[in-house]
Design a protein around this ligand. Structure first.
Ligand SMILES: [Zn+2]
Length: 297
């Protein structure tokens, strides 16, 4: 354990040096990390991929509220007011059937540490049977390619909503990934299980085909909310604010508000790919807004 901790901090150090100053704006490298927890008969593992640091310039969060209002929320939560930090996480589900990944992070050709985090979790890329995609933005699909630009999970079927796949095939910035994964993609219509115990549900707004995934094992369940909410602070305390990342802002806002209300009322266990690693916890209703209650530390 001691040796492992030492190895981890050395990795952190060398990555920080490679990336220049830690915490610079943009995607930053993180030390590989994996945290495993049970869900019924399944073993789930949150995998750390990267972190994204955005300046508080109201270009992404609080577009209609301004940096002053955003800064006020950050300060009230004990956070620095000049930046907003998002984690980029991936979730693995292990069952008797195989290994399923939910999204793939930013990719090894960027700053992604997914390969290292999978290794820590003891998951070989060849053992991944299915990759389920919430939506096709680069911080969720980049990891479909390995560092050489080849398909990272040679035995896996890639599943995403038919609408999202159609969108992705029309996007120039996704052309390299589309070319590599085309033969492996099986699109679905949300609303019915795609694998035993895993059901995609439409949650359009962030993108045209964005889905969340409900995972059920026995009486236990968890909802992967995808990009319904991005910041565990801003998106929960000001869900009505416009987020530049959302392609259809009014629809995304409505989806965010309805989802948060339902999750808080039902005390649902959730996983959020952009909340602080490992991104597993619950939503609590507090004074007309919401707060993040991590379930794992
Ligand atoms: Zn995202």
């Amino acid at each position: 354990m001691g040796a492992m901790m030492a190895a981890l901090s050395l990795t952190t150090l060398s990555m920080a040096m490679a990336a220049g100053a830690k915490d610079q704006f943009g995607p930053n490298s993180v030390a590989p990390a994996a945290q495993t927890f049970p869900l019924g008969k399944l073993r789930l593992t949150a995998l750390h991929d990267a972190q994204l640091v955005l300046p508080n310039d109201a270009k992404v969060f609080g577009v209609d509220a301004g940096p002053e209002a955003v800064g006020k929320v950050l300060r009230a939560n004990g956070l620095p007011d000049r930046k907003i930090t998002l984690s980029i996480n991936v979730l693995a589900i292990r069952s008797g059937r195989g290994v399923v990944l939910l999204d793939t992070g930013i990719g090894a050709q960027g700053h992604g540490s997914l390969a290292g985090s999978l290794k820590l979790a003891g998951i070989a890329p060849e053992s991944v049977t299915d990759v389920l995609i919430t939506h096709t933005h680069g911080d969720h699909t980049g990891g479909l390619l390995d560092k050489n630009g080849n398909y990272a999970f040679p035995r896996a079927t890639v599943r995403m909503s038919a609408r999202e796949w159609e969108e992705m095939r029309g996007r120039k910035d996704a052309a390299a990934i589309v070319k590599v994964i085309s033969a492996h993609v099986v699109p679905f219509t949300p609303g019915a299980p795609v694998l035993p115990g895993i059901t995609p549900l439409s949650s359009y707004g962030h993108t045209k085909g964005h889905v969340v995934y409900q995972i059920v094992s026995g009486r236990a369940s968890l909802l992967d909310i995808g990009d319904t909410a991005h910041s565990s602070v801003i998106s929960l305390q000001k869900p009505e604010w416009t987020v530049e990342f959302d392609e259809d802002s009014p629809t995304a806002k409505a989806a965010r508000q309805a989802t948060l209300k339902r999750l808080a009322a039902r005390h649902t266990l959730i996983y959020a790919p952009h909340f602080p690693f490992p991104g597993v916890g619950r939503i609590a209703a507090v004074g007309g807004a919401y707060r993040w209650k991590p379930a794992l530390r």
